[in-house]
Design a protein around this ligand. Structure first.
Ligand code: PHE
Length: 456
């Protein structure tokens, strides 16, 4: 019986710790690095609106479903899917959902770590005073210098992977809990300071208008907005499921999910409001791509009073935010190796870490020696670099697919009595949730997929 399962990996000490850990997973490079640049590339307002709708109608219900599955299965997502399919007398083939998540997590981490490496190197660049009084051209060339040097990127990528493996090896309680408790609130405060600086640029309203005034968007843009809703909430690949498996039965899944999604959304919007005023004040290009925050925020740090200190702190916290997300990207794989192969957490983390590091080389090279090599898959994407391909495949295809099948499993495969028991919420809330995951969420994901390939 599901009720008697306990996790062999441990349990969160309290509900607050679970919320912090899940928020730590959700809030990361996705909010501060990725959201502004994809919003910029896709025209701003409408993109943001679609993203917010996806968070509310697809993200939050799927987050509840994912935590619910994890808490009921109490194992790594792979074994949770086996156990739950068995509990419900369903096809054991559902295990592939767990596997797809493990693969997505490790593909995401392979490039995530390289970008976290950029942030690490910016801690030192800011600290060394490189940006004092800098111009827009200056930040641009400092950024280009960094990404065109594969050795430096590789060194930072390696350091970040070692940091991630170290925490994962230490386990749920000693590693993950400690890291998130202090850092998240600090990051929030610092973003606030940068938004206040953005207000002094004289272009604050231009930034806000860009973020919130509807314009036009195409099918691809809608897919990217939806993919980002999954990415930013860490959904569709088992990270939230595995965190849910360490959650005790007496905590409310509904409340926790809403809090996590709110915190995540506020951080993304704050990041947008910090960055776009600086973009417009300095005549920069909102669609500058993955370098956007590295080409805008240093201008703020180079010109505001105490900017060096604020900058160092900001990039340090960004690294921490990335770190607490990175941990959750490989936790499903590590938990699986511990459960099935009898490996210690240390060995399991090292194995997965080395593999991820290796795939990360592709991203390191996409910004320099492989810059002119691109990949295409007909109907799906065209002319993307190795890094962009991984990002597109994971965020826009694997995560939404994972989410779609999590919704289908929770609402169509599991019996209502099982989900009702596990959700343990007010009957009306349960009804609304069940309706959303049963009909609205799957339909929305399918429609967006069809629209993106131009089928509707
Ligand atoms: N949510 C993280 C971010 O926004 C990335 C992530 C995706 C983490 C999927 C875990 C799982 O940076």
């Amino acid at each position: 019986m599901a009720e008697q399962r306990t996790s062999i990996h441990g349990q969160w000490t309290s509900r607050t710790v679970f919320i912090l850990a899940a928020t730590g997973s959700a809030v990361g490079l996705g909010n501060i690095w990725k959201f502004p640049y994809i919003a910029g590339e896709n025209g701003g307002g409408t993109f943001v609106l679609v993203y917010l709708l996806c968070i509310a109608l697809i993200g939050v219900p799927i987050m509840m479903a994912e935590i619910m599955l994890g808490r009921r299965g109490k194992q790594s997502p792979i074994n949770t899917m086996i156990a739950l399919a068995k509990d419900e007398n369903r096809n054991p083939g559902w295990v592939w959902l767990g596997w797809m998540g493990v693969i997505a997590g490790f593909l995401i981490l392979s490039y995530y770590s390289v970008i976290a490496g950029w942030a690490m190197s910016y801690v030192f660049r800011t600290g060394g005073g490189m940006f004092i009084g800098v111009t827009a051209d200056g930040v641009n060339s400092i950024f280009t210098d960094l990404v065109s040097d594969p050795e430096r990127l590789l060194a930072w990528h390696t350091i970040f992977m070692v940091m991630t493996m170290t925490i994962v090896a230490r386990g749920v309680k000693n590693g993950i809990e400690k890291a998130v408790t202090y850092l998240m609130p600090l990051l929030f405060g610092l973003l606030f300071i940068i938004v206040i600086y953005a207000m002094t640029t004289g272009y604050f309203m231009d930034g806000v208008r860009f973020l919130f005034t509807p314009g036009s968007i195409d099918g691809k843009g809608i897919l990217i907005a939806m993919g980002h809703a999954f990415f930013t909430l860490s959904l569709g690949m088992g990270a939230i499921m595995v965190y849910g498996s360490y959650l005790s039965k007496d905590h409310s899944i509904v409340q926790a999910s809403i809090l996590i999604a709110l915190a995540d959304t506020v951080v993304a919007l704050l990041a947008g409001m910090a960055i776009f005023p600086i973009v417009f004040a300095n005549g920069l290009e909102p669609g500058a791509g993955p370098g956007l925050i590295f080409q805008t925020l240093p201008i703020a740090f180079g010109h505001m009073p105490g900017g060096t200190m604020v900058g160092v702190l900001f990039f340090t916290l960004l690294v921490f935010a990335a770190w607490t997300s990175a941990i959750s990207l490989i936790e499903p794989a590590v938990a699986y190796l511990v459960e099935n192969k009898g490996l210690s957490r240390i060995y399991a983390s090292v194995w997965i870490g080395v593999l991820t590091w290796f795939v990360g080389l592709g991203t390191v090279f996409s910004f320099n020696i492989w810059k002119d090599h691109t990949l295409s898959i007909p109907y799906i994407f065209e002319d993307l670099s190795f890094f962009d391909t991984l990002d597109y495949l994971t965020a826009n295809i694997m995560l939404p697919l994972g989410g779609l099948f999590i919704a289908i499993f929770a609402a169509w495969v599991m019996k209502e009595e099982s989900t009702k028991d596990e959700m343990a919420t007010h009957p009306l809330i349960y009804k609304v949730w069940h309706f959303l995951v049963k009909f609205i969420t799957p339909l929305a994901v399918i429609v967006v997929f069809l629209k993106a390939i131009g089928a509707i």
